[in-house]
Design a protein around this ligand. Structure first.
Ligand code: HEC
Ligand code: HEC
Ligand code: HEC
Ligand code: HEC
Length: 460
């Protein structure tokens, strides 16, 4: 069959008045089942700002070739927001652009309940706020501890006033860590080059030309002094600049931080993300660009803002230090049981995306029945039988998650190691890191999984 990524497909159903609108996920699944594996996950140049129009659907029918025309299509970008379910993690999707976007969910009571159960950070926020409780207070307390680092995500409000389009495109193609004190990261979604281009055009439909000032060492030094004296380093890191006055060191246990500290970006990236003029406005009046920002307004003159912005774009930065990938620990000699892994990992961390579809009103999560634009992999990690059943490959065939990857590492372990690589700024091109976009497992936890697999992954 022909791959029609991103196009709604209408199929017959028992109620002819209401045609069923297949979601993007299902279309992708059909495409891949039809043997067009390339539809699932387009390979994108690493880090590139891809301008190529030859996306996944280049073998196109006439309907698709319109989509593939050279000029980016922000309206199609708006539709991709729904297809890739950006709203499940980000607030502000309807205020991100000047291009109208469909409300993420239709406001029926059933749809609202489903949406509540799909929004990854909202529920965690409700747990912290105390409005979502377990039957037992002691369980609620445990939940609070476990979700504390999983409640903050930047909203996309005002993206069109803030970002450079080229930055958005490159970032979505190969996301990297932006916020030193935020533990989740933007996951790498299965976006084709055309989709990347259209999403970036949606988020930034129009760009004003920018004319940054001439950078002199003296101006940068003056800006740096202002930056320090105004207390900016109490929230912001700027890696590659040497130590900044008033910059609290990062602790191993990053608990008890304010919302603003968690959400403050590493300012080394600001010059790639924003035009000089935008930075000047932001530094003085952040709310004029993003009304729901957690950054407070600091009183200053226009001239001071210019100087600080000159420091932000002009400071000489040393290259990003390569992060160390943790060392893999040797397999344990003691017996590791399924029960132990279930309580510690599978039914604590993984089942949020790999759950039992029957248990969760048909939605087994992005790693099972599909979501965030991923094809359904059918992997249920919430029960031993599910783990044993494995997942489906790009051709729709079942495979074991214990099967060795080309280098001999079992698929399950390879996914966990790939997350280490991603957190260190790299990527494993054979498999996505797990847990997707969430903090990597500790070496001790990976060791448990490896031991269990090496001991024959028994159900006891
Ligand atoms: C599973 C959760 C998740 C999904 C789904 C998701 N994002 Fe993100 N995104 C994040 C997180 C977490 C960050 C913050 C990353 C950081 O600061 O390092 C982020 C950051 C971003 C940023 C940078 C914003 C900023 O203020 O720095 C943009 C732009 C973005 N995402 C766009 C999107 C778009 C567009 C989609 C849908 C196509 C999407 N995201 C889907 C979790 C998600
Ligand atoms: C209806 C509420 C709810 C929703 C929706 C929800 N979570 Fe959770 N999440 C929880 C609770 C409760 C815990 C703590 C569980 C525990 O301690 O046993 C948790 C914990 C987690 C943890 C483990 C943290 C740790 O290290 O212990 C991860 C990871 C996680 N959630 C990810 C997600 C993702 C990804 C999504 C979206 C696909 C999601 N959650 C949606 C309620 C929710
Ligand atoms: C209380 C914490 C806090 C303080 C103090 C603070 N900021 Fe921020 N800043 C933030 C947060 C949070 C964001 C991200 C806001 C968002 O995405 O909503 C941000 C964003 C920025 C950005 C945009 C960078 C990017 O890559 O998106 C710049 C530039 C910036 N701040 C400069 C400054 C300067 C200059 C000062 C001092 C005058 C300052 N900030 C003080 C919290 C703070
Ligand atoms: C935020 C959602 C999310 C969380 C949390 C998550 N996964 Fe996944 N997982 C996915 C998605 C989506 C895919 C499909 C990725 C793809 O198609 O490239 C996947 C795929 C996988 C695969 C590969 C399947 C295959 O056939 O290639 C393995 C193995 C896996 N996950 C294991 C885990 C484990 C173990 C955990 C917990 C430590 C976990 N995942 C947590 C979303 C998640």
């Amino acid at each position: 069959m022909t791959c029609r990524v991103g196009e709604p497909v209408l199929i017959a159903n028992p109620h002819p008045a209401k045609p069923i609108r297949l979601s993007g996920v299902l279309i992708l699944a059909l495409c891949t089942l039809g043997g067009m594996g390339a539809c699932g996950d387009a390979k994108v140049d690493s880090g590139a700002t891809s301008t190529s129009a030859s996306g996944v659907s280049s073998t196109a029918t006439p309907a698709v070739s319109a989509v593939n025309s050279q000029s980016p299509d922000p309206k199609r970008g708006a539709a991709l927001l729904t297809k890739f379910e950006c709203w499940r993690c980000h607030e502000g999707t309807t205020k991100a652009s000047t291009i109208p976007v469909a409300a993420p969910v239709e406001p029926t009571p059933e749809a609202m309940v489903k949406a509540d159960n799909q929004h990854c950070f909202d529920c965690h926020r409700r747990i912290i706020a105390g409005s979502y409780k377990a039957p037992k207070p002691s369980t609620t307390e445990r939940w609070k501890k476990n979700v504390e680092a999983l409640v903050h995500v930047p909203s996309l409000t005002g993206a069109h006033r803030r970002f450079k389009r080229s930055w958005i495109e490159g970032f979505l193609a190969k996301p990297h860590d932006l916020r030193p004190r935020l533990s989740p990261t933007m996951p790498k979604l299965p976006l084709s080059p055309t989709e990347l281009r259209d999403l970036a055009a949606f988020l930034v439909p129009e760009e004003k030309p920018s004319s940054p000032p001439t950078i002199t060492k003296a101006a940068v030094a003056e800006g740096r002094a202002l930056f320090e004296n105004k207390g900016c380093p109490s929230c912001h890191f700027m890696t590659g600049t040497g130590s900044l006055k008033g910059n609290p060191a990062k602790k191993a246990d990053e608990k008890g931080l304010s919302d603003a500290q968690r959400l403050a970006p590493d300012l080394r990236f600001a010059r790639d993300r924003m035009a000089f003029e935008t930075i000047v406005t932001w530094v003085r009046k952040p709310q004029s660009i993003k009304e729901d920002t957690a950054m407070p307004e600091t009183p200053m003159s226009e001239e001071e803002a210019q100087k600080i912005a000159t420091f932000i774009i002009g400071e000489e930065l040393s290259p990003i230090e390569p992060q160390k990938i943790p060392t893999r620990l040797p397999v344990l000699t003691r017996q590791v049981s399924y029960e132990e892994l279930k309580n510690k990992l599978f039914n604590k961390i993984c089942w949020h995306c790999h759950s039992d579809a029957d248990y969760a009103i048909g939605d087994g999560g992005p790693g099972n029945t599909g979501g965030f634009g991923f094809v359904p992999r059918g992997l249920n990690l919430a029960a031993y039988d599910g783990i044993l059943s494995g997942s489906t490959d790009d051709k729709g065939e079942l495979r074991s998650i214990f099967e060795p990857m080309p280098d001999g590492t079992p698929r399950l372990v390879a996914a966990l190691l790939a997350r280490w690589k991603e957190e260190a700024g790299g990527e494993d091109t054979n498999i996505r890191g797990m847990p997707l976009g969430m903090p990597a497992l500790s070496p001790e936890d990976v060791q448990l999984v490896e031991t269990w697999v090496a001991q024959g992954h028994s159900p006891d």
